[in-house]
Design a protein around this ligand. Structure first.
Ligand SMILES: *[C@@H]1O[C@H](CO)[C@@H](O)[C@H](O)[C@H]1NC(C)=O
Ligand SMILES: *[C@@H]1O[C@H](CO)[C@@H](O)[C@H](O)[C@H]1NC(C)=O
Ligand SMILES: *[C@@H]1O[C@H](CO)[C@@H](O)[C@H](O)[C@H]1NC(C)=O
Ligand SMILES: *[C@@H]1O[C@H](CO)[C@@H](O)[C@H](O)[C@H]1NC(C)=O
Length: 417
């Protein structure tokens, strides 16, 4: 009986300890939560663990929730977190303490902080901002073998006063640069920008931050941020040194990889062959630097190749422009042997036909206009005619002779009709 009582008491004590430990682990939110702008379209969130939090043998972490401009949440062990996002709409985030791997999840209340949106009416910002990058091989004196240029264009905001001037900045990693080469509209407002070289990495995976702010005497110009994924704005160069040759019935095309920081295995290609005689296109996709096509007819071909960085090296982006067309082959029909034979046969038949026709005309002629009998004064003529009559085996010779000698006239009548 006493033993049973002891067990019950013990169990009760245990239960009490359990509920006590639950209370003890009441999680407290972090303190000193701040949001600091550390660059264009980049903020640093930082906080401190709550000094009143008992941390014995507990696995404390933090949950960060981004509320604006775009909702997101993640967990971290650190007490700070970098965040890349547009800031012209303001920024707000919350953080709480959580007990990792607790079931159900034990969590503290939230602490929040925010950055106010910069002043200015929305209509004063630039609109339709588009940017493209391009790779150029740099001069050998440069440390970097490739340079990335950047070109951006935009439209003036509808509510922007006429005296508005816009300024563009880019940030890539920790590098920030202001544009120095602007193009202007008729009101002298900047509407495009060109960076011949940048600190953008040719193979980089970080996003490119663009910030366009502005000034005007009559209004506050609201700045505008946009983040670009490099693969989606990179204008890949077309392949280089394209050659095409026809050997027999093989059209072989070769090319070299485009000017790019990406190595040779990082490219997909498309070859476009245009048969100018038949007027059709053949397009082939490939991963090698050569293509051989069997051609079965004689034609002039125009060959173009384009390239894209393949998905094995980065997210699939845009195709390059087509290379300048190169032409190969010949439009003119080269006569084939059979064709030659047919032509030859036809010519012979035709010649024979004409020949016999002429002969008949001649006969007819002699029939219609019988030659005036001439006195056989020339002994030589007779001699010749006799000679031919004896030796000539063909009718033709005979006929020709018969014209000379009127004696052949009767024979002629037999041969015609
Ligand atoms: C929070 O900030 C205050 C004022 O800057 C500072 O005195 C305090 O030590 C900070 N708390 C912690 C836990 O770092
Ligand atoms: C600007 O962008 C908007 C929406 O993205 C589009 O409807 C409009 O046609 C664009 N304007 C010009 C001039 O491209
Ligand atoms: C290379 O050097 C030449 C002459 O110094 C210059 O004109 C050209 O712009 C340079 N190219 C690049 C990509 O910097
Ligand atoms: C535009 O932004 C840049 C970079 O943040 C800043 O240095 C500059 O003062 C801003 N200009 C205006 C007019 O707001």
């Amino acid at each position: 009986m006493a033993a049973a009582l002891l067990i019950i008491l013990g169990a009760m004590a245990l239960l009490q300890v359990d509920s006590l430990s639950d209370k003890k682990f009441l999680l407290l939110p972090p303190v000193n939560f701040t949001i600091k702008v550390t660059g264009l379209a980049q903020v640093l969130l930082s906080w401190e663990p709550n000094p009143d939090q008992e941390q014995k043998k507990v696995n404390l972490e933090y949950k960060v929730k981004i509320n604006a401009p775009q909702e997101d949440d993640y967990e971290t062990k650190n007490t700070e977190s970098k965040c890349v996002t547009v800031l012209h709409k303001g920024f707000s985030a919350s953080v709480q303490t959580i007990l990792k791997n607790s079931q159900p999840l034990q969590e503290s209340s939230w602490v929040s902080a925010e950055l106010k949106a910069p002043p200015g009416s929305l209509g004063t910002s630039v609109v339709n901002l588009t940017c493209t990058t391009n790779t150029v091989a740099s001069n050998s004196t440069d440390f970097w073998p490739y340079q990335i240029s950047l070109h951006c264009t935009w439209l003036v905001g509808e509510e922007a006063p006429e005296d508005t001037q816009y300024f563009l900045y880019y940030r890539y990693g920790s590098w920030t640069e202001e544009c120095k080469e602007y193009s202007k509209d008729p009101l002298n407002r900047n509407i495009a920008c060109w960076f011949p070289r940048t600190f953008i990495s040719g193979k980089g995976r970080e996003s490119l931050a663009i910030h366009v702010n502005g000034s005007s005497k009559h209004a506050t110009i609201k700045p505008f941020d946009q983040l670009f994924a490099l693969h989606s704005i990179d204008r890949v160069n077309p392949p280089m040194n394209i050659t095409a040759n026809i050997e027999g019935t093989c059209l072989s095309i070769r090319w070299e990889k485009p000017v790019s920081a990406f190595p040779i295995h990082c490219f997909d290609y498309e070859v476009k062959i245009y048969n100018t005689r038949k007027g059709y296109y053949q397009t082939e996709k490939m991963m090698t630097n050569a293509f051989i096509s069997v051609i079965d007819d004689v034609s002039k071909y125009s060959v173009q190749v384009r390239a894209a960085v393949s998905s094995s090296c980065r997210a699939m982006g845009l195709w390059s422009e087509w290379s300048q067309p190169i032409y190969v082959g010949n439009d003119e029909q080269k006569p084939s042997v059979e064709w030659l034979l047919i032509v030859l046969m036809a010519t012979i038949c035709f010649a024979l036909l004409i020949f016999s026709f002429i002969c008949r005309i001649c006969h007819l002629w002699t029939k219609l206009f019988p030659p005036v009998p001439a006195p056989k004064s020339n002994i030589k003529d007779v001699f010749v005619s006799t000679y031919y009559e004896k030796t000539g085996s063909s009718e033709t010779e005979f006929e020709v002779i018969s014209y000379v000698e009127d004696a052949g006239f009767e024979i002629l009548e037999d041969s015609v009709f």
